[in-house]
Design a protein around this ligand. Structure first.
Ligand code: FHN
Length: 436
């Protein structure tokens, strides 16, 4: 809540201009890959399976014993992300299950102690950097494996009802201060052992009854340490510090509808989305978004001035499954020819209204306006009210073929462009308008 005239609480002294500069690459990038990978890929029925099914540590241990991603090749992942046009990637270094994909000295519950015997995080940063992709770490504040993480309303060992006595008994020997130090030390490890890290995606706070927030995480000290170790790093808004002016770099609307994205216009934000619902690999999930829906999410994010972080959940063998590859290949085809309407773009100036069945993006440096044709007019033309005398040239973006102005039909303030009756063979063709 920002009260006008009241000085907002601040943790540091970065100016607005310095923050804009620090985030410039991220704002320009517009499109990133989220990767949720962990032991939950073995049960393959959601990354929350341990909580949903109240699985004990003992019964979950078989996944640790079995974990052996023999087909894991981070270079392959990086090439697939690059081809899809993703400019940054955020990997779960540890999710709520508490299993660490990196060689942490603070725990034995890590990939280097499984049959894999590999630091999967190191392979990730090396491979993605080699492809020129910025690297981010997702780190779960929640940890269902750590003996001092107090049992709360999401914990696999939570009591079946709100029985306070049971909660007290379960937490009798748990010391959240010890977990807080583990969390602080691990984040320090992650931000000192793997070179320059571009994003920290902490996840997530839920203050309130049987919840956890900033005091549980030690968020103020933690964020100061993060910024001290990696001054250029970009941090999400889930440390429960949103009442600090500099407590977060971007908002994270999650799995929201494209309609809901309109509410974020003018803010700094990234929507994170899955192909299907589950973040972790879910073998039997059949609620997969269509390729056109995925494109809609990307275009609508940029059309409202935000980023899309699109998630892949690799299998327990370390590969993107066929469904993910088909989706990424489809995005790659479109982005190859149309990414100019995504990178370094944002919402269109207010004077340009989107015609029915279209969405607009705009590059302020080149003064190019992009019309995304979600519905292709088979009338042979498109009518643009209020665009008259504002456009010096029009073309299809994918092949730079001219789109002529229909001078006869362009009356008053209306600009009418002639279109081929047959839709170009792209799911969502894009018209590029060079503005006067
Ligand atoms: O509980 C997690 C969930 O598993 C997933 O990691 C998402 C990604 O944004 N974050 C939390 C739910 O908000």
């Amino acid at each position: 809540l920002t009260l006008p005239g009241l000085a907002q609480k601040r943790l540091g002294n970065e100016t607005a201009a310095q923050k804009t500069k620090r985030m410039e690459w991220w704002t320009d990038a517009r499109f990133g890959m989220f990767i949720h990978w962990g032991l939950y890929a073995l049960p393959a029925r959601h990354e929350w399976v341990k909580s949903y099914e109240h699985i004990s540590d003992e019964n979950y241990q078989k996944y640790f014993e079995q974990f052996n991603p023999d087909l894991f090749d981070a270079k392959k992942w990086a090439k697939e992300a690059k081809a899809a046009g993703m400019k940054y990637a955020v990997l779960t270094t540890k999710h709520h299950e508490g299993f660490n994909l990196f060689d942490s000295k603070y725990t034995n519950y890590k990939a280097t102690n499984t049959q894999a015997k590999r630091d999967l995080v190191k392979e990730f940063v090396d491979a993605f950097r080699a492809e020129g992709i910025k690297v981010g770490f997702y780190y779960s504040l929640i940890d269902w494996h750590h003996p001092d993480f107090t049992v709360d309303r999401y914990h696999p060992q939570r009591p079946n009802n709100d029985n306070e006595a049971e909660y007290a008994a379960l937490n009798k020997n748990r010391d959240m201060a010890k977990y807080r130090k583990y969390l602080y030390d691990q984040v320090t490890e992650l931000l000192t052992k793997y070179g320059k890290i571009d994003i920290l995606w902490a996840d997530f706070s839920y203050p309130g009854k049987h919840g956890k927030g900033r005091d549980d995480w030690g968020s103020v000290a933690l964020l100061k340490q993060i910024r001290k170790l990696q001054p250029q790093i970009i941090v999400d808004n889930r440390l429960d510090l949103n009442d600090y002016e500099d407590g977060t770099d971007f908002e994270t609307p999650e799995q929201v509808s494209t309609k809901e994205l309109e509410k974020y216009r003018g803010k700094v934000w990234e929507t994170c989305q899955t192909f299907s619902g589950s973040w972790g690999y879910h073998r039997d999930e059949n609620t997969w978004k269509s390729n056109k829906k995925l494109l809609d999410l990307l275009i609508t994010s940029v059309a409202n001035g935000g980023n899309l972080l699109l998630n892949v959940g690799p299998t327990a063998r370390g590969e993107f499954d066929n469904r993910a590859n088909i989706a990424l290949d489809s995005l790659s085809l479109w982005m190859h020819a149309n990414s100019k309407s995504i990178y370094h773009c944002t919402f269109a100036p207010a004077e340009f209204k989107a015609a029915e069945g279209t969405k607009l993006t705009y590059n302020n440096d080149t003064r190019k306006l992009y019309i995304h044709l979600f519905e292709y007019p088979n009338t042979g033309y498109i009518t643009l009210d209020g665009y008259k005398n504002k456009v010096k040239y029009a073309q299809f973006l994918h092949d730079n073929s001219e789109i002529q102005i229909d001078t006869e039909k362009s009356t008053g303030n209306t600009l009418v462009l002639k279109l081929p009756k047959k839709k170009p063979d792209f799911q969502i063709p894009v018209i590029e308008l060079a503005l006067n």
